[in-house]
Design a protein around this ligand. Structure first.
Ligand SMILES: [Zn+2]
Length: 161
């Protein structure tokens, strides 16, 4: 932008603050140009700060969701692991009890008598998974429930009347 000295009219270089001929101070044409520059970034800076806060809040919630989801997955994994260990301890990869086995056949009358220390008066099958042993003089009994096929589970329920 061509400029001239306000005092003597001497041509000035762009942005010159003083006349090279008379030394008069020139009303800076640069100043008005600089003014809008700081004004413009203010709203954009403000909105970018807002965006940063929004992104920060969203990131925080994402983090919370990840933590919650992660712990759920971890708990699920632990439960599965526990169930696997349990099924392993209950007889490895053997198939679960299917109901064809006779529960009363798992514990004979003489076995039950020696285990109880009393003579078994009667043995009665109840359904497909339990067997009731009646013993003693007062008609006490206990039930054997066979949800699985292991030797331990046949003693799973030893209930007094
Ligand atoms: Zn001048």
């Amino acid at each position: 932008m061509a400029a001239f000295c306000v005092s003597c009219g001497n041509p000035l270089a762009d942005g010159a603050r003083f006349c090279t001929k008379c030394g008069a101070t020139q009303p800076a044409a640069v100043a008005p140009v600089q003014t809008p520059a700081p004004v413009a970034p203010v709203p954009s800076k403000g909105s970018s700060t807002g965006m940063k806060i929004l992104i920060g809040v969203l990131a925080f919630f994402m983090f919370l969701i990840l933590v919650v989801a992660g712990s759920c997955v971890y708990i699920g994994y632990r439960v599965r692991q526990k169930a696997h260990e349990f099924s392993k301890s209950m007889g490895g990869d053997a198939k679960p009890y299917t109901g064809r086995r006779q529960p009363c056949a798992m514990l004979s009358t003489s076995e039950a008598s020696s285990a109880l220390g009393q003579a078994v008066a009667s043995v009665e099958q109840r359904g497909t998974m339990s067997c009731e042993y009646t013993f003693g003089s007062s008609g006490k009994h206990f039930d054997i429930i066979t949800p699985g096929k292991t030797a331990e589970s046949r003693w799973g329920s030893l209930a007094a009347p």
